[in-house]
Design a protein around this ligand. Structure first.
Ligand SMILES: Nc1nc2c(ncn2[C@@H]2O[C@H](COP(=O)(O)OP(=O)(O)OP(=O)(O)O)[C@@H](O)[C@H]2O)c(=O)[nH]1
Length: 466
């Protein structure tokens, strides 16, 4: 009996434990679903807020429901409410809320997969970093882009990344506004120049007319004098007494004299006007020449600035990309030998964090100067962005390029840096690769970058060839 009672108790205990486990499993599933739903609602609310009053109301209702629902049964109606909200949005909103598309996403969220989220964050951060590298090429934005780069380095969650993206968008919009302003100024200047050219054209037209008038006046005088001479001849032939003849000749001669004087006065006046206009025109042409020269100078300066990194004075990434396009052609068409090196200061963040951004900037400047001093032309040295430099070794075989790069890293490691009166060692790693005939600028850089990161992994303060 006792034994039987013991067996029965075991059975009930097992059943009880199984039931408990099932309840715990159910509870866990419910929590996962609940969490997934909460995130889905948050995403929906962020996407749809303000799109439709009905959807806003439904989403609010849903948000409240989610806050209070604590049992699976309480959750079920919320699923219906969610479906309703999606349908309302589909009806009212132009947003691409396609259940066939979004529901699997929702399922992905319901599934607890933090690793994928982390990946998504990293992909977003990398994409932003790429944009930042481009922004950093604009001289006016380089400093702000570096700050954002630092912020992005700290960002760990989607909100922080989204806020960095917003800052970046603001930055780019500011630059666009300033470019628009510069463009407007340039257009004003061009309008002024073209106005002055218009003045010149009008002057030339007036001059041509003036000369024509001069010719016409000369022809008039000629005709008048001929007419006077003809009348004089007629009167001379018909004259009967000498006094009358003398009086008539004198009268004709005075007339001719009168015509000549009037003609000369008009000519003098014409010449004075001409001289005056020529003088004014000369001034304008000189003014225009001065403006054109200063415009050319400022365009040249702008061009140089656009290709120069403001911090180190080295060619920037844009200049590097142009040079790479030339080298790519030389390697492909003429079989020129060239290598590319990517260099990166080791643990640069620690320098910034320990001694401040200004000290970091000073290190970048000195390393940049060392690179140009140690690798004179035809090597081409540029700041690629952040604490990364690139070198194009033209006409040099890979082994020689590696030797030069290694010597360079040794020189950098031996530089005497001081911060707060204490010596600070700065080292650099590098990756070298040969520019092959079937390479593009991008593939060769990618290989050099991989060699660089292999050097970092191998312990830093060294160069590797790939
Ligand atoms: N002072 C200064 N810092 C910059 C500039 N551009 C980028 N940085 C900083 O450079 C640091 C780069 O850090 P990481 O990418 O983590 O690399 P690292 O610390 O050098 O580490 P390893 O490359 O792995 O050796 C970040 O802290 C950036 O903020 C700049 O123009 N001036």
């Amino acid at each position: 009996m006792n034994e039987g009672g013991g067996v029965a108790q075991d059975v009930w205990e097992r059943k009880y434990h199984l039931a408990l486990e099932r309840m715990e499993r159910d509870e866990h599933d419910f929590r996962v679903t609940e969490e997934g739903l909460r995130r889905l609602v948050l995403r929906l609310a962020a996407l749809a807020r303000g799109q439709s009053e009905e959807a806003d109301r439904l989403l609010d209702h849903l948000g409240d429901g989610l806050r209070h629902a604590s049992t699976p049964d309480g959750l079920d109606p919320l699923l219906d409410a969610l479906t309703e909200a999606i349908t309302a949005l589909e009806r009212q909103s132009p947003l691409p809320i396609d259940p066939a598309h979004d529901v699997p996403q929702a399922a992905a969220i319901v599934d607890p997969i933090p690793a994928q989220e982390v990946d998504a964050c990293r992909v977003a951060t990398d994409a932003l970093r790429q944009v930042l590298l481009k922004v950093a090429m604009m001289p006016a934005l380089a400093g702000r882009a570096d700050d954002l780069h630092a912020v992005l380095g700290q960002a760990r969650d989607p909100e922080a990344i989204a806020s960095a993206a917003q800052d970046l968008a603001d930055l780019v919009n500011q630059e666009r506004a300033s470019l628009r302003h510069d463009m407007a100024q340039l257009q004003d200047l061009l309008a002024e120049v073209s106005g002055r050219l218009g003045d010149m054209t009008r002057y030339l037209v007036a001059e041509t007319e003036h000369v024509a008038t001069g010719d016409e006046q000369g022809r008039d005088l000629d005709a008048t004098v001929r007419e006077e001479m003809r009348l004089l001849a007629e009167q001379t032939l018909g004259a009967t007494d000498l006094d009358a003849l003398q009086a008539q000749v004198n009268a004709r001669l005075s007339m001719i004299d009168e015509h000549f004087r009037a003609f000369r006065d008009r000519e003098d006046e014409r010449l004075a006007t001409y001289r005056d206009r020529a003088e004014r025109m000369k001034d304008r042409v000189e003014e225009l020449e001065t403006q054109a020269t200063s415009l050319q100078d400022s365009l040249r300066r702008e061009h140089e600035l656009a290709l120069t990194d403001p911090l180190t004075g080295l060619p920037n990434r844009l200049a590097y990309e142009r040079r790479m396009a030339e080298i790519e052609q030389d390697v492909r068409d003429q079989g020129v030998v060239a290598c590319v090196g990517a260099f990166d200061i080791d643990h640069f963040k620690v320098i910034n964090d320990s001694f401040g951004h200004a000290a970091g900037d000073a290190v970048l400047r000195i390393v940049g100067q060392t690179l140009t001093r140690e690798l004179p032309a035809p090597a081409f040295v540029a700041r690629y962005g952040g604490e990364e430099f690139v070198v194009i070794f033209a006409g040099i075989a890979p082994d020689e390029a590696l030797a030069a790069a290694t010597a360079l890293c040794e020189t950098v490691a031996a530089l005497a840096f001081h911060a707060s009166q204490k010596p600070v060692t700065v080292t650099m790693s590098g990756g070298i690769t040969r520019f092959l005939a079937n390479d593009t600028a991008a593939t060769v850089f990618d290989r050099a970058d991989r060699a660089l990161y292999a050097a970092k992994r191998a312990g830093r303060n060294r160069c590797l060839l790939l």
